[in-house]
Design a protein around this ligand. Structure first.
Ligand code: PLP
Length: 384
């Protein structure tokens, strides 16, 4: 299998599996219990918190473990919207992941005034428009750090600074950014930030929310006093330990991977653009994640392409994994005024375990699949 869908999820790093296994077998005590073996479990959670904080450049006390990136996004938005006494205005963008977009759409149905900032054809958001959209009663601004479909990076640190000056909390969905680009929260005005372990070689079903020490917060999940009263529910210990290890590895490998993965991505993109006529790179003019290549091909239909690629054991996607099967096409490409591209794009996303040989095989197969869909006569190896 040639796995080029690392924005959907990533393979667990073997070192992560090794670190988490004893917490599924031997160290199963409830971390809130009073005996000594529970203290060992508590210590492991503390270490994981330190490691995640190191990846994000913040204090361990500012990290709250959650069940996923979606929960972190919901928790931040819910909290901020509860605190706004003067009204409930939210500013976000039209290209957010559904975990933010749907939350805001539901809030709009309940009477909340939501501004969905548009983007330019490269996927960039305009900070002047952001500033103009903020009202005195804005409860929160939420802008993603990196787009999951195109990899386009938003200037979230500058956006957060604008919000700080207006005394408005700022949340960023950094699920795709963590482990791929450097993050140093202590130098920023970001109030809340969401991440998810399975995007950086940790397990699915565990995430974290950064809560700046001055952030006001009221938990969505109430019950016990876990996570310092900020997220009730017995901790998913093995996954939290695994997320800590994954964060440590992500930080250690960040600089090297950024360069290596960028080189793979750039070679892939350049070769495809040069060898396949009618290819466009979505977000080409914007600053992007080093691992993501979102390409539109004239004369093809994404779902048919995915089927042929799957037969050749190439895994990629037509946008967000959460939207697989939806016939609307990508809301991100539509917001980029690339409506005509929304049904004929493929997202290739590279990662730690991709090799030059994966790339060579993909570079051989992708142009043939596109040619076949365009009705040209090509020889594709028999399906595997
Ligand atoms: N935000 C972004 C930008 C994502 O790409 C994803 C996952 O695809 C999520 C949030 C949701 O994260 P999780 O799968 O951990 O709920």
């Amino acid at each position: 299998m040639i796995y080029l869908d690392n924005n959907a999820t990533t393979r667990l790093d073997p070192a992560v599996v090794e670190e988490m296994l004893p917490f599924l077998t031997e160290f199963y005590a409830n971390p809130s219990s009073g005996y000594r073996c529970a203290a060992k479990v508590r210590k492991a959670i503390d270490l994981a918190r330190e490691r995640v904080a190191a990846l994000l450049g913040c204090e361990p006390s500012e990290i709250v473990f959650t069940s996923c990136g979606t929960e972190s996004n919901n928790a931040a938005l819910n909290a901020a919207m509860q605190f706004e006494p003067r009204g409930k205005c939210v500013v976000t963008s039209a290209v957010e992941h559904s975990a933010v977009l749907r939350h805001c759409q539901e809030a709009a149905k309940r009477g909340c005034e939501v501004t969905f900032l548009g983007v330019d054809p490269d996927g960039n958001v305009d900070l002047g428009e952001l500033e103009a959209a903020i009202a005195p009663n804005t409860a929160i601004v939420s802008l993603m750090w990196a787009n999951n479909e195109t990899g386009v990076l938003f200037p979230v640190e500058k956006a957060a600074e604008i919000c700080r000056q207006k005394r408005i909390p700022f949340h960023t969905d950094a699920v795709q950014a963590a482990g791929k680009v450097p993050i140093r929260l202590r130098d920023t005005a970001i109030t809340y930030l969401s991440i998810s372990a399975h995007k950086f070689h940790g397990p699915k079903g565990v995430g974290a929310l950064y809560l700046n020490r001055n952030a006001r917060f009221r938990p969505s999940m109430v019950g016990g006093q876990q996570e310092n009263g900020r997220r009730a529910g017995t901790e998913n210990v093995a996954s939290i330990v695994a997320m800590g290890k994954a964060a440590e590895l992500a930080l250690q490998n960040l600089a090297e991977e950024e360069t290596r993965v960028r080189t793979l991505r750039d070679r892939f993109e350049k070769t495809i653009v040069e060898s396949v006529d009618g290819t466009s790179v979505n977000g080409a003019g914007a600053s992007r994640l080093p691992n993501t290549s979102n390409l539109s091909f004239d004369g093809i239909e994404s779902h048919a392409a995915l089927m042929l690629l799957d037969r050749q054991r190439i895994c990629c996607s037509a946008g967000s994994a959460c939207k697989t099967g939806s016939s609307d096409g990508s809301h991100v490409l539509r917001a980029m005024h690339a409506e005509d591209r929304a049904q004929r794009s493929l997202r290739f996303s590279f990662g730690r375990f991709n090799t030059e040989s994966d790339l060579d095989q993909a570079l051989e197969i992708v142009p043939k699949v596109v040619a076949k869909l365009r009705g040209l006569s090509v020889q594709i190896p028999a399906a595997v």
